[in-house]
Ligand binder design. Sequence first.
Ligand code: MN
Length: 321
Amino acid sequence: MSNLDRTPGLTQCGGLAGIAAAPVHELFAGKEVLLGESTQVRRLLPNLGRRLVGSWCFVDHYGPDDIAAGPGMQVPPHPHMGLQTVSWLLDGEVHHRDSLGSEAVIRPGQLGLMTSGYGIVHAEQSPVAHPARLHGVQLWVALPDGSRNAAPAWQHHDALPVVTDTGLAATVIMGSLAGATSPGRAYTPLMGVDVALAAGAESLLPLEPDFEHAVLAMSGWAEVDGVEVTPGSMLYLGCRRRELRVRSEPGSRLLLLGGEPFEEQIVMWWNFVGRSSEEITTAREEWMTGDRFGVVADYDGDPLAAPSMPPGRLKPGGSVR
Ligand code: MN
């Protein structure tokens, strides 16, 4: 998916200053954002209080939406650089096409992992004949400096490891949980896990103490280390945890994200992750002139135009809107 905000802010983040070195409970409300004409999403990252969880730098939760009578998701070709996109569905289908010539229909339980490296373009659409419900998350991972100019790549995995306990099924989307490792290629130490809890389930998830972690609820609600988490909010948990107690009365689908704190300072704007506002400005120009990112072959329609850059200079550690 694309950041369709017409006036996206320029945000600098990263570094260890904001990391909670010890376990904490910080419950953040997501921001409601309208994508395009009709799709409402809950943006959990970046958030006013927290921009990164490990190298996870963008988290949108959308749906469940009834798209039976409409076209559903329609995101025209748009560029990315310096990041990976992770597509994860609970319901529905998304048709992915990119400038490498990759084409795939992503379904629930499958990982769509696009590594932009230096630059890639993709389009994401509900297929013409699509299921009535659409529900999922769109996640971005910032690439470290040594990998961010690598060649772009697309991976589609339909068999991910699942860790089970009584009333719990944890699908490892990225990284590892309890010795089970996703085939998705990661460039920094991180993890992303879909935790399905049956009604009345209670369990302990093993965590990597050097990671910081956060949890959001995609459906139902759950108690996470004793704190109630509902859709639309995210609980930041800090570092130094070896395990996490999860419990759900009605049943729930949680998304657990974690990673080694990301030490590099990054600059995020629109669909780009860079290291300076000058680099972002150049990438924007190269998208608009068609000099860098390529095209999605046979796409019927115009690509997304880049929004204007915000006026004013980026201040270190701050953001400009
Ligand atoms: Mn995208």
